[in-house]
Write a protein that binds this ligand. Structure first.
Ligand code: DGI
Ligand code: FE
Ligand code: FE
Length: 186
């Protein structure tokens, strides 16, 4: 599947706003891949499909999580987390994406995971800093991403956790585990 075919495939799944976000993530991910030495073609594909499942009904995502033996604790946390693992599954089943590294980058684009791959990091950070994002503190992350992908990742994880905690919302344990894996213990 070339870029145009992949974009046409996800466009049907997304709102106009989310499609524009996806284009932003794609361009940013390619830029970061080139800067930090990741595979830019894999970055392009993972970015295009990263929010593939964003608008699936919650009940459908829940059934897929159960049926496909995905981590059950996902169901006890914010349903916003579900579109990442379900998206990896559907990108394979429906869109025929088979590359395991690409599927993992989609699977972990919301929570991260301990010991993220370079491609995982590129997609996570690109999703956070693409030009359409207006989070408080996003410009600091954009600046860090000019030179240091890990620092950009740590800062975006921190911002997300602080954002959730300010709203008294639970933080998914995998997000904490990702953060912990990136900051040294001494
Ligand atoms: O799908 P996007 O909006 O492009 O971005 P995303 O996949 O990073 O989803 C972020 C949403 O997930 C945001 O509304 C916050 C929510 N969320 C809820 N709990 C957690 C969480 N995000 C992370 N990283 N960790 C959580 O524990
Ligand atoms: Fe997402
Ligand atoms: Fe996204």
């Amino acid at each position: 599947m070339n870029r145009e075919e992949a974009l046409a495939c996800v466009k049907q799944q997304l709102t106009e706003h989310r499609y524009i976000h996806t284009i932003g993530v794609m361009n940013t991910a390619i830029e970061l891949a080139e800067r930090f030495g990741a595979d830019s073609k894999k970055a392009e594909t993972a970015a295009i499909f990263h929010d593939y499942a964003k608008f699936r009904p919650k009940e459908e995502m829940k059934q897929i999580i159960i049926r496909e033996n995905m981590p059950e604790h996902l169901l006890s946390y914010n349903p916003e987390l579900w579109h990442a693992p379900v998206g990896a599954y559907l990108a394979e089943q429906e869109a025929g994406i088979t590359d395991g590294e690409v599927l993992d980058a989609i699977r972990f684009h919301t929570s991260g995971r301990p010991d993220m791959t370079l491609l995982d990091k590129v997609i996570y950070v690109a999703d956070y800093i693409e030009p359409g994002r207006k989070f408080p503190g996003v410009d600091d992350v954009r600046e860090l991403a000019e030179t240091d992908l890990n620092q950009a990742l740590i800062q975006s994880l921190k911002n997300t956790m602080i954002f959730l905690m300010k709203k008294n919302q639970p933080v998914f344990p995998d997000t904490f585990a990702t953060y912990n894996s990136l900051v040294s213990a001494n």
